[in-house]
Design a protein around this ligand. Sequence first.
Ligand code: PLP
Length: 342
Amino acid sequence: MEKKNLDWANLGFGYMVADYRYVSNYKDGKWDDGEITTDANITLNECAGVFQYCQACFEGLKAYTTEDGRIVCFRPDLNAARMADSARRLEMPVFPEDRFVKAVEEVVKANAAWVPPFGSGATLYIRPYMIATNPVIGVKPADEYQFRIFVTPVGPYFKGGAKPLTIKVSDFDRAAPNGTGHIKAGLNYAMSLHPIVQAHKEGFDENMYLDPGTRTKVEETGGANFIFVTKDNKFVTPKSDSILPSITRRSLMEVAEKYLGLTVEHREVFFEELKDFAECGLCGTAAVISPVGKIYDHGKEICFPSGMEEMGPTTRKLYETLTGIQMGEIEGPEGWVHVIME
Ligand SMILES: *Cc1c(COP(=O)(O)O)cnc(C)c1O
C-alpha cells in the first residue's frame, strides 16, 4: 500500500476529503448491513430531523502508525459505549457497540494510505456520528437515522512544543444540571461558539466553565476536561454529572495511579482551590494534554507555578507515559491499544 503524498508534518487540524467512508442507515426499526462508500456528500430532505431539532451526536478518535509499522487506535470500545449513551439520551437508536468498533476498523483499513507514518506527529482523525434523516416537523424523535464515519488526516497538535494556555472563567454556562453536558451532542457545541469567539477576541485561548447551579465548582472547557496537580503531587480532576466523560482523562487517571504512583482524586473541585494547585492541564483526544499557565477571573489572575514556558513536570510525565502507551513504546493495560492492521 502506497501512502498518499502529503506533507504530513505540516498538516493543520482541518477537513481533507479522504477516499472512503462508512455508512449505515436505520429504517423500519433496524440498521442495515452498512458499507464503505466513496461519496463524501449526503443528500437529505429539507425537513430532516437533524436540521430542525438537532438530533445529532458524534465521537472523535485517532488512528496512527506505531514504530513497528502497525496501524492502531486507542480504546475504541469506550467511544462506542459513549456514543450509545449519547444516542439513548437523544432518543436515537443505538448503533451496536461491536459494530461500531468493526466499522472503525473497516474505514481505517480502507483509508490505510491516509494514515500518517510513524514519527510524523500527524494522525488520522476518525469522526463517527449519527443524524436524524427523515422529515420531522412536530417535535418528536425521527424514525430514520444515518450512522457515518469519515476520516481525515490531521497534523501534530503542537508545532514546536506545547505552550501553556491562558484561559478565562466564562460568564456563560456550558451545560445545565441534569442537562446534556455528559453526552457528545452537537447541540453542546453550537451554544459554545459565541463564548469561544468572544474569549478569542479578548485574547484568551479557552473558556473555563463553572457549574451553573452554584458557580463555585470547576466543570470543563468547551471540548476538554481539566486535570490538576497539587503541590504535594496528587492528581485531581473534577467530578460532575454535567462533564463529558473524556476517555483521555479516564486513561490519565489510571496512568497517574498505576504508572506514576500518584494519589488520584476524582471529586468536586472548587474554584477557590485553584490558587493552591501546582499544575493545570486540559485533556482530550486532539492534543492529549494542553498545559494551562494562567487562569483569568474578572480582573484577577491565577498563575500556576509551572509558568508560561513549558508543561509542569508531573503533567509532562503524564503526557509522556500516555503517548508512550499509545505509540506502543510503553506496555499499556490490556485492550488500550487496538490493532487495526499488522
Ligand atoms: C470530546 C470531549 C472531550 C474529550 O474527550 P476525549 O474522549 O478525551 O477525546 C472533553 N470535553 C468535551 C465537552 C468533549 O466533547
